[in-house]
Write a protein of this length. Structure first.
Ligand code: PLP
Length: 352
């Protein structure tokens, strides 16, 4: 090893899901939305004045912040935006998890959390989910340097009730609690209503799933003005211009079209509920998802082998192969047509 290498900040990176690009593939592996963004987004893109690219964008991202503040009935001082919620979460880890005490998160959860903790040298402890993959709220009632959990959780797809989530927040008022609501728009209950009551609560959401804009990279956080100020201090000490002019202009359009948002999320919820029945009929155990994906296992078929067989048929799902979940697959809810193709494949597979 070269001498300089001893000075390198070594990190174990997060492994994103594959982004294969095959002509007739059915892509159900990274929880993207199968429907296009709101029509206003396409219109804004077509009318976008390229001359505006000469100029730096507004560092405060005001147009997007204001649109979000209005949509979620909070003050603009309570909104922070970033380059996808991954960016927002990374900034939040850096800003708020600065204690000698370990932060807490579930043992089975978004696999980026331990990556940021390691990268920023934040001590952490994982809290086991119970046998049914549910969070046990009491396990978070102890001293810590902060708490983060997704609600609904990923990849389990299960929701922790609003009451239980609030109890975790209530027991942890000496540290920052981050609730990652990446999937909340698919029928779960948000804790956004609690940001007025708890000034240490940060709620993080994304445009990547329910607003069909994973490719644009927009995420946001809502919290007390003080939390948001600390978050902005960290942002401005990295990069003042995280949000491109395109992201700002198109993001606003996505927020304004409430009707389209309701319509597409409802479609996905309906397809998901149908999928629960169809997959159960094929012998799968399907967790009670409140997200745009399903976490499934089959008593007779090995998950890894099934994942490989699906891949050969150009149907991509996510296999983690991690402790406790090595027999599970995570399947994104696609269009009804895509799901029919999946059921057809699976009914042949489970017969043969
Ligand atoms: C998808 C996801 C994110 C990040 O999404 P972005 O595309 O970066 O906004 C964050 N948390 C969870 C739990 C997710 O599933």
């Amino acid at each position: 090893m070269s001498a300089w290498e001893t000075n390198v900040r070594r990190v174990t990176p997060y492994t994103p899901g594959d982004q294969p690009d095959r002509p007739k593939m059915i892509k159900l592996n990274t929880n993207e939305n199968p429907y296009p963004p709101a029509p206003g987004v396409e219109k804004a893109l077509k009318e976008f004045q390229t001359d505006r690219l000469r100029l730096y964008p507004d560092p405060a991202a005001s147009m997007l912040v204001n649109a979000l503040a209005e949509r979620y009935h909070v003050k603009k001082e309570q909104v922070f935006v970033g380059v996808g919620s991954d960016d927002v979460l990374a900034m939040a880890f850096l800003a708020f998890f600065h204690s000698q005490k370990p932060i807490l998160f579930p043992d089975i959860t978004y696999s980026f959390y331990p990556v940021w903790a390691e990268e920023f040298r934040i001590p952490y402890e994982t809290v086991p989910l119970d046998q049914e993959f549910r969070m046990v709220k009491e396990d978070y009632f102890r001293e810590n340097g902060g708490v983060i959990f997704p609600n609904p959780n990923a990849p389990t797809s299960l929701e922790l009730g609003h009451k239980e989530a609030e109890e975790i927040i209530r027991h942890n008022q000496d540290a920052v609690v981050i609730v990652d609501e990446a999937y909340v728009d698919f029928g779960a209950e948000s804790v956004l209503d609690l940001v007025e009551k708890y000034d240490n609560l940060l709620v993080v959401q994304t445009f990547s799933k329910s607003r069909s804009m994973a490719g644009m990279r927009i995420g946001f956080a809502v919290g007390s003005p003080l939390l948001i100020r600390y978050l902005n201090d960290v942002k401005y000490s990295f990069n003042s211009y995280t949000m491109s002019q395109a992201a700002l202009s198109l993001g606003v359009q996505a927020v304004l079209d409430e009707e389209y948002f309701q319509e597409t999320t409802k479609k996905i919820i309906n397809t998901r509920e149908q999928a629960k029945k169809r997959l159960a009929e094929l012998g799968f155990t399907v967790l009670d998802s409140k997200t745009n994906f399903l976490f499934i296992t089959h008593p007779k078929y090995d998950a890894k082998e099934l994942y490989e067989a699906l891949k050969k048929a150009d149907i991509y799902v996510r296999y983690f192969g991690a402790l406790r979940i090595s027999q599970y697959l995570r399947v994104t809810v696609g269009t009804d047509e895509q799901m029919e193709a999946l059921y057809t494949f699976l009914s042949r597979y489970t017969e043969g």
